[in-house]
Design a protein around this ligand. Structure first.
Ligand code: CTP
Length: 393
């Protein structure tokens, strides 16, 4: 069923960013309702939001033409999640003290939906003890607070107070909408991206991995309630919200990180495309093009997944297999020799699957069965992989 996101807009200059938030949520298929404080309508018109959402944007408490359901109650009930973005110091103060003197604050008070607050204001206002205490109180009461970012503010001050990125707001909204937190209390480690094996100070060997599948799994695991660590090679992706990051470059660095984290983990998903070989010798100076050919001697890297399989105590281990030929045969072999609980096999020759794409088509292999999954968004597949790993006997 289509989920309803209720966006509350209060009067910060960052109100213009809520238009993008609403637009992006609509593109993702949500039913979006918008309510504003009266002052916020001085920054952005209600018509802007109504044109996008196809719903009336409400900001007045006592309108003549209001429909006969009581709007602040019906909206409060309709919302699956409620986000105030931007939230001013004033609105935060009112909410923390139960003041309901306009449409927005009344609706928040009347709603039982999960509530997210994304503050945006001048640094001094944000760092004021009163605001801090109000936010702490709201957090204590179950509100989710998305901290503002550091940067140059509209008032020309530099500091903390910028509304968090729209992509972060959406990540938090989506993770809040996931109700069944079956990974709560579990520690999940995900590896993602390529490794880079240095040849000399300017060159390296790598592969085409974008990291998208691993990052999607890390996001999904967080949404399912897990404490997530993402061990990532160098990729061009935003850091997932709420996830501990460990940045690595080479296979060796990834191996070291995994050895340290492994004992204290419950689920491990090796989605990284780890280099199988690295240069035998690293040239400290840049290799010059003095000769017509260059021979590079490579040596095998450690197989991290195989090591984890050998040293398994209680962990559930999920590997990946990238194949261009004999997909299932090779994948099942990897499943066995690396002592996996689950293996996700990618057919790189399949249209829309594998590196770079936002979609993937895979087989999910367990000891009991081989399941072919249709082409789907990596963000959806991430949930199916975690569920399958969770259900492994
Ligand atoms: N892997 C690993 N350490 C390596 C190489 C691979 O942990 N040095 C992991 C990958 O993260 C993946 C799985 O092993 O989860 C399979 O990786 P893949 O590249 O498909 O296979 P390889 O084992 O490297 O074998 P081959 O390259 O011969 O197919």
């Amino acid at each position: 069923m289509q989920k309803c996101v209720l966006v509350g807009v209060s009067s910060s200059i960052a109100a213009y960013k809520s238009v993008q938030l609403v637009s992006d949520l609509l593109k993702k298929g949500y039913d979006v309702e918008v309510m504003m404080t009266e002052n916020a309508t001085k920054f952005v018109t209600p018509l802007t939001f109504s044109s996008l959402t196809k719903h009336k944007t409400v900001y007045e408490m006592f309108e003549d033409d209001i429909d006969y359901d009581i709007k602040h109650i019906s909206l409060a009930k309709k919302a699956d999640v409620l986000i105030i973005a931007p939230a001013t110091a004033n609105v935060i103060a009112k909410l923390a003290n139960g003041i309901a003197d306009d449409f927005l604050t009344t609706t928040v008070l009347a709603s039982k939906a999960p509530k997210i607050i994304a503050p945006a204001m001048n640094t001094n206002m944000y760092e004021n003890e009163i605001t801090k205490a109000n936010l702490a109180k709201l957090k204590e009461m179950g509100f989710i607070i998305i901290e503002p970012e550091y940067g140059l503010l509209a008032c020309k001050d530099e500091g903390k107070g910028k509304l968090a990125n729209i992509s972060t707001l959406i990540e938090v909204i989506e993770s809040t909408l996931v109700k069944d937190k079956y990974l709560k209390g579990k520690k999940v480690i995900v590896t993602a991206g390529p490794t880079k094996e240095a040849i000399d100070p300017v060159r390296f060997i790598t592969n085409h991995s974008s990291g998208k599948m691993g990052y999607a799994i890390a996001r999904a695991a967080y949404a399912l309630g897990a404490e997530v660590t993402l061990v990532s090679g160098e990729v061009d992706l935003d850091k997932p919200y709420g996830v501990n990051m460990v940045q690595v470059k080479s296979a060796k660095e990834m191996f070291e990180a995994m050895k340290e984290l492994y004992a204290d983990s419950d689920y491990v998903i090796m989605a990284a495309a780890v280099a199988d070989y690295r240069p035998l010798e690293y040239a400290c100076g840049k290799i010059k093009k003095n000769s017509s050919s260059l021979e590079l001697k490579l040596t095998k890297t450690d197989d991290i997944l195989a090591y984890l399989g050998q040293h398994k105590t209680h962990q559930k281990l999920c590997g990946f297999a990238m194949e261009t030929d004999d997909l299932l045969e090779n994948a099942k072999h990897k499943f066995d020799i690396k002592n996996c609980d689950l293996l996700i096999a990618n057919d790189l020759s399949e249209e829309g699957a594998g590196f770079k794409h936002d979609t993937n088509a895979v087989y999910i292999i367990s000891a009991q069965e081989v399941k072919k999954m249709p082409l789907m968004a990596k963000s959806d597949l991430a949930y199916l992989i975690l569920k399958a790993l969770y259900e492994v006997k």
